[in-house]
Design a protein around this ligand. Structure first.
Ligand code: OGA
Ligand code: MN
Length: 298
């Protein structure tokens, strides 16, 4: 550490003694001993940033933080994105999307189906998300896991024939691709207003993207939002996408997160796709999500 960074760190508050513990043989790491309600100095921040790039999903245990603190920490990684479903934004804090199956007075308090198909957050936007943070507020006594699949590994292990078939190609992504499907009981999404629909036009992104910070390639298609491969007839595009989806979620690429009280999970949407495993409808589940804007995929 240089003298300049020591004095900078000192002026920003003390370093915290925390540990980064990679999950054995899996994508992801746990962060133990860091308190996000206290100032995170630039040296600690650099460690967290590095761990995020190396492990793609970080699980910060036992975070007793307010929505303001979650927003402030999220902002250190970039500009925050406001979700199109305005009715599910936290009152007074539109940077937070409520992810919840809870119904109060006949109304859903949050987005019940935040991810029942594999997806990368906001891949249907020109500027998809860099990463998202979910902070546990209320957890069910069973189920409710979130699964993460490493798309760098998926690309690196893709059979040669599939690589050749997709290299240099682009795919269309649409928020409403799966909108009307009810794959699971209780899976629903509210009808979009004309104004909301106008914000979610189809976009085109490369099938294989380069991570803007690490330069590593990753597969960037998912059953949640990808609708077709550009330039291929439908009867070729559909089976090709199906093969890519099957490959992208192979067991060895996946970390299954079982939520513990006060977990804050921060994943990289440029490196991973994720899935909500769901929980029985009568059990309450509520999390607060912040979403950080990323670059246009290339
Ligand atoms: C999300 C999401 C998964 C979950 O909030 O972006 O996909 O398990 N959530 O709630
Ligand atoms: Mn999601």
């Amino acid at each position: 550490m240089s003298l300049a960074s020591v004095s900078l760190a000192a002026s920003e508050g003390a370093a915290q003694a925390f540990e980064v513990r990679p999950f054995a043989g899996r994508v992801g790491a746990e962060i133990i001993g860091l308190d996000l309600s206290k100032p995170v100095n630039s040296v600690d921040f650099a460690r967290i940033h590095r761990a995020h790039l190396d492990h793609h999903v970080l699980v910060f245990r036992d975070q007793r933080i307010t929505p303001e603190q979650q927003i402030a920490f999220s902002r250190r990684f970039g500009v925050l994105q406001i979700h199109v479903l305005k009715q599910f934004l936290l009152t007074g804090h539109p940077e937070i999307l409520i992810v919840s199956n809870i119904i109060e007075n006949g109304q859903s308090i949050g987005l019940g189906d935040a991810g029942k198909f594999w997806h990368s957050d906001l891949s249907y936007k020109e500027l998809p998300s860099l990463g998202s943070m979910l902070h546990a507020q209320e957890l069910p006594s069973e189920g409710g896991d979130t699964l993460f699949a490493d798309q760098h590994k998926a690309w690196d292990s893709l059979p040669e024939a599939l690589r050749k078939a997709v290299e240099g190609r682009s795919a269309a992504h649409s928020y409403t691709a799966r909108y009307s499907e009810t794959k699971f009981e209780g899976n629903w999404r509210p009808t979009l207003t004309a104004e909301q629909l106008a914000q979610v036009n189809e976009v085109i992104h490369p099938v294989v993207r380069k991570h803007p910070e690490t330069g590593r390639k990753a597969l960037f298609v998912s059953e949640g939002f990808t609708t077709r491969i550009v330039g291929l007839p439908e009867d070729e595009s559909r089976p090709l996408l199906a093969e890519l989806y099957a490959h992208s979620i192979r067991e060895e690429n996946i970390y299954r997160h079982q939520w513990q009280p006060h977990d804050l999970v921060f994943w990289d949407n440029r490196s991973l796709i994720h899935l909500a495993a769901g929980c029985p409808n009568h059990l309450r589940r509520k999390l607060f999500r912040t979403t950080i804007q990323g670059d246009a995929p290339f």
